[in-house]
Design a protein around this ligand. Structure first.
Ligand code: MN
Length: 233
C-alpha cells in the first residue's frame, strides 16, 4: 500500500517490564461514564443508571514510561481542567457480544489512566444537548502509565485507586466500588461495538474530581498495577 501523504504513526503505550521495549498499539479509546455511585452523585445524577460510553481518539493518549513524569500542556479553551483517575483495561483479543463470564479472556493487561476533562466545555455541551467531544476528546486528554500484563496484576474488589495533586489526596476509592465491573463493562461495550485488539477502556472515576492548573503535579496510583505521574505545563 502506498499513501498520498505520510501515514500517521500508530499510537502506543509502553508495557511494564517488556524486555525488548515492545509497546502496546492503541486502536480505540472507550470510556465509561459515571461508573462510581459517589461520582455520579457529585455530577448531579442518581448513580443508578445503565453504563454509557464515549470515546477519545487513539492519539489522545499521553503515555508515561515507567518511572518517568509525563508533561501535559494545559489545553486551550478551558478554565476548568479536571482530573479523573481510572482503571484502564487493555484488550488483547477482540470480539462482539462477549459474555461477562468470558470477558477476562479478552484482557491483555491493565494500566493507570487519567480521563482529563475540560469540564466547563463539557458542561456547556451537556446543557445544549450537544456531543461531549470538545470536553473529553482533545489532544493529550488521556495520560496513561505503562500497561501491565494481566497475569502480573493483583487486582480485586479491595484494590485501592487514588489520585494525589501536589501530594494531597483528591480521589481515593476501591475497584470494588465500580458500579459495572470489568467483565460487565466488556459485556456491555462489546454489545455496541466489535472490540479489537489494541482497544483501551477507561472504566470510570471515583468521586473527588476537581480542577488542576499549570505547575500542578498529579500522581495517580492503583495498587497492584502501578503509578502515573503527570506535570501540567
Ligand atoms: Mn471518566
Amino acid at each position: 500500500m502506498t499513501f498520498v501523504i505520510p501515514a500517521p504513526p500508530v499510537a502506543s503505550v509502553p508495557v511494564k517490564g517488556a524486555p525488548d521495549g515492545a509497546a502496546f498499539p492503541v486502536h480505540r479509546i472507550y470510556c465509561v461514564g459515571r461508573n462510581y455511585v459517589e461520582h455520579a452523585i457529585e455530577m448531579g445524577h442518581s448513580g443508578r443508571e445503565a453504563p454509557f460510553f464515549f470515546m477519545k481518539p487513539a492519539d489522545a493518549i499521553l503515555p508515561a514510561a515507567e518511572g518517568s513524569v509525563a508533561t501535559m500542556r494545559y489545553p486551550s479553551l478551558t478554565r476548568s481542567l479536571h482530573h479523573e483517575v481510572e482503571l484502564v483495561i487493555a484488550i488483547g483479543q477482540g470480539g462482539r457480544d462477549i459474555p461477562a463470564e468470558r470477558a477476562l479472556d479478552h484482557v491483555w493487561g491493565y494500566a493507570v489512566g487519567l480521563d482529563m476533562t475540560r469540564r466547563d466545555l463539557q458542561n456547556d455541551m451537556k446543557k445544549q444537548g450537544r456531543p461531549w467531544c470538545i470536553g473529553k476528546a482533545f489532544d493529550e486528554a488521556a495520560p496513561i502509565g505503562p500497561i501491565v500484563p494481566a497475569a502480573q496484576c493483583a487486582i480485586g474488589p479491595d484494590t485501592e485507586i487514588e489520585l494525589k495533586v501536589n501530594g494531597s489526596v483528591r480521589q481515593a476509592s476501591t475497584i470494588g466500588k465500580l458500579i459495572w465491573s470489568v467483565p460487565e463493562v466488556i459485556e456491555h461495550l462489546s454489545a455496541a461495538w466489535a472490540l479489537q485488539p489494541g482497544d483501551l477502556i477507561f472504566t470510570g472515576t471515583p468521586e473527588g474530581v476537581a480542577a488542576v492548573g499549570p505547575g500542578d503535579t498529579l500522581s495517580a496510583r492503583i495498587a497492584g498495577i502501578g503509578t502515573l505521574d503527570v506535570k501540567i505545563a
